[in-house]
Design a protein around this ligand. Structure first.
Ligand SMILES: [Zn+2]
Length: 289
């Protein structure tokens, strides 16, 4: 089976190295808003950096998103023979990251946190990696953590129901996001940190248990913040790490507080999310009025 591809020029947003990557035409043509996000993994454009390129209908890059943290996985990617041998349950979190790309995996984690379906578009693959990704998410599910992860075909995507629902649609083998309900400025640093930590654990089960536990924990904390915000005029961003430490004994990196505001905005209530403000912004407002 041949897939028609077109070359796209990408430039590393950090070191400006240039390369051409081939992107299947159907991914761009079937994309909802004419924009596809493609993960350019470390080594594909330059030896150091991994980033996302936003490709438009004309196969031109419209923008980049680069992670401000480097993601290196301890495990090397499996060889073809290893992939062939591997059973459905041998596919670990580092395998998922190697297949789909770290930034896209982070968006998948965010999708779990906001309870939207994650659809994996199946394309020809000798190693059944789409099935393996679906099973990995299924194994991560628990009573406390509902995950909708499904395999879909290109035919399914034409279905109106699939088109209407607010799902994340990933094409794992081409490291691409075809449709995403998230806004441009999505910051998934929090999820990237979780994935990095999970990847350092020795086996699939402990990786899954770790991610499940952490995703449940942050969801509960966010639910608590929703309650707090309902009864407050405002909440300073700068106070969030202290609040999570004191109230929930949870250490949230100050650089990752966006996750709370963004999830409340997406999943709960935009007005509540707007009550989270930075102290400096509040000072400007007070000075003005
Ligand atoms: Zn670079």
């Amino acid at each position: 089976m041949t897939v028609e591809v077109k070359p796209v020029k990408v430039i590393c947003p950090l070191c400006r190295k240039e390369t051409k990557v081939e992107i299947p035409v159907f991914i761009v043509n079937d994309a909802q808003d004419g924009m596809v996000k493609v993960q350019i993994p470390q080594g594909a454009c330059c030896p150091e950096h991994s980033f996302m390129a936003f490709v438009d209908k004309k196969f031109m890059v419209r923008g980049y998103q680069n992670a401000d943290i480097e993601f290196t996985i301890g495990d090397k990617e499996k060889t073809a023979a290893q992939k062939k041998e591997e059973g459905l349950k041998d596919f670990s979190v580092p395998d998922l990251i190697n297949t789909i790309g770290p930034d896209i995996c982070s968006v998948i984690m965010r999708s779990i946190l906001v309870s939207i379906p994650i659809l994996f578009l199946d394309t020809f693959d000798l190693y059944n990696r789409v099935d393996k990704a679906v099973i990995l998410l299924r194994d991560m599910e628990s009573d406390d953590l509902v995950i909708t992860g499904e395999k879909v075909t290109r035919e399914d995507l034409k279905d109106k129901k699939v088109r209407r629902n607010n799902a994340l649609i990933v094409v794992p083998l081409y490291k691409a996001i075809m449709r995403s309900p998230f806004p441009e400025g999505l910051n998934t640093r929090f999820e990237t940190d979780l994935l990095r930590e999970a990847s350092q654990l020795p086996d699939r089960t402990s990786q899954i248990v770790f991610l499940r536990k952490e995703l449940v924990k942050i969801s509960k904390i966010i639910d608590e913040f929703v309650k707090i915000l309902k009864n407050a005029d405002k909440l300073y961003e700068e106070d969030i790490p202290v609040a999570t430490k004191e109230k929930f004994n949870y250490k949230l990196d100050a650089k990752n507080i966006d996750v709370i505001k963004q999830i409340i905005e997406f999943k709960h209530d935009k007005k509540l999310a707007q009550k989270i403000i930075s102290k400096s912004l509040d000072k400007i407002r007070t000075d003005l009025w």
